[in-house]
Design a binder for this molecule. Structure first.
Ligand code: T5A
Length: 211
């Protein structure tokens, strides 16, 4: 029986999404499901090439509107080549960032027109929408400290300044408030185990999964 589900992880920098995504994927796999773990920007060869362009370089290398278009070019390739085929065969797709990151980073924090972003969601995503979105929430300073301590990641967005990151946090919380049926806000403070328990409670409660 096809019972694929699409779960996205969202939030500001260093909130712990990648760490928790791995834990959730392992738990779902252990219960016998096929799980596809992926990320944005990226997740397919074409989208990974765009990731290189958009995440590296000076903070002002691209305008928010250009970033929006690059994110959506990458997202369309990822959706067509990875996400839709996986869902069609019944896999569970867990994705580190998706469309809400464009709403929050390029829209709420960057100033790109929300109407442009909404139109791209309609025309580029079509019916491919997350069943559940986990929005990781953490005070900005704590997230940036975690992200800075972690080695080897692209720094373009991390270097944008505190005001940007405060708008970003507010933007994500506004999405969670506006779409409570799809989104669960996750308190990302505390130990890895504390956060893992909150994630599992949301997945179990929203998607009626046991395991
Ligand atoms: N972007 C992306 C856009 O602007 N628009 C878009 O449409 C999309 C899709 C992606 C960048 O692209 C932007 C947003 C981003 O800036 P990235 O390198 O993939 O860049 O970065 P992030 O997705 O932000 O990932 P991060 O690694 O910064 O954050 P995570 O995944 O939330 O955090 P994680 O798990 O890597 O943890 C960070 C550090 O904290 C520790 C971890 O061990 C790690 O060292 N940690 C904890 N420490 C203490 N307590 C806990 N509970 C902890 N949980 C994790």
């Amino acid at each position: 029986m096809v019972d694929g589900r699409f779960i996205t992880f969202e939030g500001g920098e260093g909130a712990g999404k990648s760490t928790q995504l791995k834990r959730l994927a392992a738990r779902l796999q252990a219960s016998g499901r096929e799980v596809v773990s992926t990320r944005e920007p990226g997740g397919s060869p074409g989208a990974e090439a765009i990731r290189e362009l958009v995440l590296n370089g000076a903070a002002d290398r691209w305008s928010p509107v250009t970033e929006t278009l690059l994110m959506y070019a990458a997202r369309r390739d990822h959706v067509e080549r990875v996400i839709r085929p996986a869902l069609a065969r019944g896999a569970w797709v867990v994705c580190d960032r998706f469309a809400d990151s464009t709403r929050a980073y390029q829209g709420a924090a960057g100033g790109a027109d929300p109407a442009l972003i909404a139109a791209l969601e309609t025309h580029i995503l079509e019916a491919t929408r997350p069943d559940l979105t986990l929005i990781f929430d953490l005070p900005v300073e704590e997230g940036l400290a975690r992200a800075t301590a972690r080695a080897g990641s692209e720094m373009r967005f991390e270097s944008k300044g505190l005001a940007f990151h405060r708008r970003l946090r507010a933007g994500f919380l506004a999405i969670a408030e506006a779409e409570p049926e799809r989104c669960a806000a996750i308190d990302a403070s505390g130990s890895l185990e504390d956060v893992e328990a909150r994630v599992w409670a949301a997945v179990e409660g929203r998607l009626a999964v046991h395991g």
